[in-house]
Ligand binder design. Structure first.
Ligand SMILES: Cc1ncc(COP(=O)(O)O)c(C=O)c1O
Length: 455
């Protein structure tokens, strides 16, 4: 008889699949590391298994214990598979961005699922990680797996994913492309590959709106803005992102990621989700600069079955203006601006003084500054009007910004079409962009002119 003793023995040793069509005209050989071939359909089966085994070895997880995790779904599935085999209970905290398929999958594996809002800041007690920590404190005989800083996460990629790719490419790999969510995949695999050959380049694929690329390039932490691709990018820095093993990070918009995921599926028959699309786009862009001697390996993070109601659903794509044939929207203008590297909204808090705004106007050269409480706009300050007021009454400098704050610029949804944006900017010097119910950007006439001229 030939069999495995349980489903856990099926984790890892995923195949490399040669890419043959979407790379037409490009010189290097490109291979997909098919992590969707794991029993739970994602790269996270590896870490789910390892985090539980390590917690058992350390004596932190005892028989009958409960595993708690904050997850975008896949890690939950990975943990739930190992927990099912080993008889542990599981509780998962997910945000309302996570697809219904993943939530039902977790429940099918016996997990308890708690859904919280995606629209809260990491400092908020209702942030999904904070909720998971609270449940862990309240649950006796439980562990909080915490994939973001748990060393068992990058370690399993160092011990398995990296060596597999090295062996499968006969040590010839020159470039490794991965997304960055917790950082486990890129940090562990990247470390192993670079230890074998420091010349191997490790490239991170990051959604527009995430903070990783900006941090890698500048060392500066900015506030992230929401995006639709699931599981990757962050609005804070997880401990498991080891930037020393990452050579470069490239930003990709939601629309481009979804288009690439659909191409990999349609043309190569490799059914994948949005985060793989982000990686595929970066891989193809990178390959344009490479030669016949280069061998690129990218990660297929999970299966497209998990996104049948989203990335692979035309109605959902249309509703979110995510098809290439769609009209241009305010989100496209905002994304184009972010690609140029301007990522954070320049704003002041309601507690600021007028002199702080004047300093900001001097430093940044912006003439329209919103007053923001968190991601909600309280009003706006225009340089023109403020200067007129200050000429009449210089003592205003020491008063609160709220004394000189005027009604806000119009707020438009990110899905608003270009022609409407143009009309509104005829009568207003700027507009605020509202996406997922939060203010995510400020667009001026200058931004629109730059967008029209393709800058
Ligand atoms: C769908 C998906 N893709 C990619 C990743 C990124 O993997 P890592 O956390 O190892 O950086 C995740 C992580 O949560 C994910 O859920």
């Amino acid at each position: 008889m030939e069999y495995k003793n349980n489903i856990l023995e099926q984790i890892g040793e995923t195949p490399l699949i040669k890419i043959n069509k979407i790379n037409k005209g490009l010189k290097p050989q490109i291979f997909a590391k098919l992590e969707s071939a794991n029993p739970g359909g994602s790269v996270k089966d590896r870490i789910g298994y390892n985090m539980i085994i390590d917690a058992e070895k350390k004596g932190e997880l005892k028989p009958g214990g409960t595993i708690i995790e904050a997850t975008s779904g896949n890690t939950g599935i990975g943990l739930a598979i190992t927990a099912a085999v080993k008889g542990f209970k599981t509780v998962f905290v997910v945000t309302d961005k996570v697809s219904a398929e993943k939530i039902n999958y977790l429940k099918a594996l016996g997990g308890e699922v708690i859904v919280v809002s995606n629209l809260v800041d990491p400092e908020d007690p209702e942030y999904y990680v904070n909720v998971a920590k609270r449940i862990h404190k309240e649950t006796p005989n439980s562990i909080f797996a915490y994939q973001y800083s748990n060393p068992s996460n990058p370690e399993i990629h160092y011990k398995t994913t990296g060596p597999e790719i090295w062996r499968q490419t006969d040590g010839k790999i020159t470039h490794f492309v991965s997304s960055i969510g917790t950082g486990g995949t890129i940090s562990g695999t990247g470390r192993f590959l670079k230890e074998k050959n420091p010349e191997i380049k490790v490239i991170g694929a990051d959604p527009l709106g995430s903070i990783f690329k900006h941090y890698k390039d500048t060392g500066e932490l900015i506030k992230g803005t929401p995006y639709l691709v699931e599981g990757i990018g962050q609005d804070c820095l997880p401990k498991n992102v080891h930037f020393q093993y990452i050579d470069e990070i490239i930003n990709v918009s939601d629309k481009t990621s979804f288009a690439a995921a659909r191409r990999l599926t349609k043309e190569e028959g490799i059914f994948c989700g949005g985060s793989t699309g982000t990686i595929v786009h970066v891989t193809l862009e990178l390959a344009k600069e490479l030669t016949e001697d280069d061998i690129v390996v990218f990660v297929v993070c999970d299966t497209g079955e998990r996104y049948l109601s989203k990335v692979h659903n035309i109605d959902w794509l249309k509703m979110n203006r995510m098809l290439d044939t769609e009209v241009v929207t305010l989100r496209d203008i905002s994304d184009a601006k972010k690609v140029r590297g301007i990522e954070d909204i320049v704003s002041v808090k309601p507690e600021a003084k007028v002199k702080d705004v004047v300093q900001l106007i001097n430093e940044k050269g912006f003439s329209n500054i919103p007053v923001m409480k968190g991601k909600k706009a309280m009003g706006c300050i225009s340089e023109n009007k403020l200067m007129r007021k200050l000429l009449e009454n210089p003592e205003l400098l020491d008063t609160s910004v709220m004394d000189v704050t005027e009604e806000c610029f119009p707020t438009l949804d990110a899905k608003t079409e270009l022609y409407e944006v143009k009309n509104i900017l005829k009568d207003n010097s700027a507009i605020l962009v509202s996406d997922f119910g939060l203010i995510t950007d400020i667009i001026t006439r200058y931004d629109l002119i730059n967008f029209d001229s393709g800058k």
